[in-house]
Design a protein around this ligand. Structure first.
Ligand SMILES: [Zn+2]
Length: 278
C-alpha cells in the first residue's frame, strides 16, 4: 500500500476515514452520481508540527490558489476537501486520492495543497469554505460541510406546495418521531439558484444560521455537523421521512402525519428546541 500522511496519525486517519465511509454511503444510496456532491472537514486541531512543515504541493507550476474571496475566520485553518471531478465512490476507496488536505494562507484568500497528492479541491470550495468561515465566526463546534443529492428530498422540491421551509419541516417531522428528534431544527429551503454562484452561497449562509440542513430547490442538500457522520445522519433522517411520505402516497392516500400536539409532545420528551410548530 502506498505511504500516506495518515499512516502515523490515527486521529486524522479516523476522521478522514469517516469522510470516506460517508462517501461510500452516498454512492450506495444513489445520492452521488458521477462526481456529484462535495464535502469539507475542518482538520485544524489534528495537524501536528511535522505536517505544518510540509511544503506546498505544486500543480501546473503553482503552489497557491485563490479561494475567490477573503474569509477572515479561516486564518491558520486546515481542511480535508473532496477533489474536483472526483467521484464519491473513488473517495470511499482512497480518500487521499479522491481528496486533499489543504491549508489556508495568511491572507485568508488563498489555499495550498499539502497532502498527499496535488488533488485540486471541489469547484464548490468557495461556498464550502464560506460556510466553514461562518461556523467558526459564529462560535459553532461544527466542522463538517456536506453537499449531496438525496433523491426523495430533491423530488419534493419539484412540488410547489413543498417549496417552503415551514411546509417541508412540518411534513417531514410528522412522518416519524425520530426525524423530529434527530433533525430538530428541520429543513431550510432555498429557491432555485444557479449552482456555484455567489448568490447560492450567500442564500445558503443566511439559511444555515437557522437550520443544520438546507434544501436547494431541484438540486440537493447542504448539511453542517459536528463530524461528517453527523452531517450525513441529519440528511438521512430527513430523506427517510420523505421516503415514508412517498410510500404512503403509493398506498393510495395522503399520509395523515403526526398532529402538532403529538410533535410538541416529542419536543418535550427529548427537550428539543420549541420551534416551527406555531
Ligand atoms: Zn450538486
Amino acid at each position: 500500500m502506498k505511504k500516506t500522511v495518515l499512516d502515523s496519525r490515527p486521529q486524522l486517519a479516523a476522521c478522514i476515514g469517516e469522510c470516506a465511509e460517508v462517501a461510500g454511503y452516498l454512492w450506495e444510496k444513489g445520492w452521488a452520481e458521477r462526481n456529484g456532491g462535495n464535502m469539507t472537514f475542518n482538520v485544524t486541531d489534528l495537524i501536528d508540527n511535522d505536517l505544518r512543515l510540509l511544503p506546498a504541493l505544486e500543480y501546473n507550476g503553482r503552489t497557491e490558489f485563490s479561494i475567490g474571496k477573503s474569509l477572515p475566520h479561516l486564518t491558520g485553518c486546515w481542511f480535508y476537501a473532496k477533489g474536483t471531478g472526483r467521484r464519491m465512490r473513488d473517495l470511499a476507496r482512497d480518500p487521499m486520492q479522491g481528496g486533499c488536505i489543504i491549508r489556508i494562507t495568511d491572507d485568508c484568500a488563498h489555499y495550498e495543497m499539502v497532502a498527499d497528492a496535488p488533488v485540486l479541491p471541489t469547484s464548490e470550495l468557495p461556498s464550502h469554505l464560506a460556510l466553514q468561515d461562518y461556523l467558526i465566526g459564529s462560535g459553532s463546534k461544527y466542522k463538517a460541510t456536506l453537499h449531496t443529492h438525496p433523491i426523495e428530498l430533491v423530488a419534493l422540491s419539484h412540488i410547489r406546495r413543498f417549496c417552503s421551509s415551514e411546509e417541508l419541516t412540518r411534513t417531514l417531522w410528522s412522518m416519524i418521531p425520530e426525524t423530529l428528534a434527530f433533525a430538530p431544527l428541520g429543513l431550510g429551503f432555498i429557491p432555485f439558484t444557479n449552482p456555484g454562484t455567489v448568490e447560492l452561497a450567500d442564500a445558503t449562509l443566511k439559511e444555515i444560521a437557522h437550520y443544520d440542513v438546507v434544501l436547494w430547490e431541484k438540486h440537493g442538500t447542504v448539511a453542517v455537523g459536528s463530524d461528517m457522520m453527523d452531517a450525513f445522519d441529519q440528511t438521512d433522517v430527513l430523506n427517510k421521512a420523505a421516503c415514508i411520505y412517498r410510500a404512503a402516497l403509493a398506498f393510495g392516500s395522503e399520509p395523515e402525519g403526526m398532529t402538532d400536539a403529538q410533535m410538541k409532545g416529542i419536543q418535550d420528551l427529548f427537550h428539543l428546541p420549541k420551534e416551527r410548530l406555531g
